[in-house]
Design a protein around this ligand. Sequence first.
Ligand code: FES
Length: 156
Amino acid sequence: MTQKTARDGAPRQLTVGEVAERSGVAVSTLHFYETKGLIESSRNRGNQRRYPRSILRRVAVIKVAQRTGIPLGEIAEALSVLPHDRPLTAKDWKKLSATWRHQLDERIARLTKLRDQLDGCIGCGCLSMQECPLRNPLDALGAEGPGARLLEPGAS
Ligand code: FES
């Protein structure tokens, strides 16, 4: 049977195995999250990791953000302003999800543009530095003409 408090009356903390089991996230992934600063643990007298129960909600938020394609670095940055010693609140989630929704909208717009460009490439196969938008999407110098523009200033 699970105890809700430790013998000293403090809230019982979770082992990494318990967090893994309850969150559905592998122990190795939890350790990885910790090295990236997404989650924090304390150590018991035996130098074993212990986590507050609030970690479960934090891990759930990380997984949801990852499913939407938010890079871990951005998730870590967003979570860095929130304390580790309390559960994330509905207000926290509202703020995080609004930010990530905006990023998701931007990503969808970028991917839609890429898909449309890919439509033009299907059946072509030229992969031309001058003509193909997927091969050279940011070719600002290409508009000036062919050749190594930066190595040969004034060349035409
Ligand atoms: S492959 Fe020819 S335009 Fe992209």
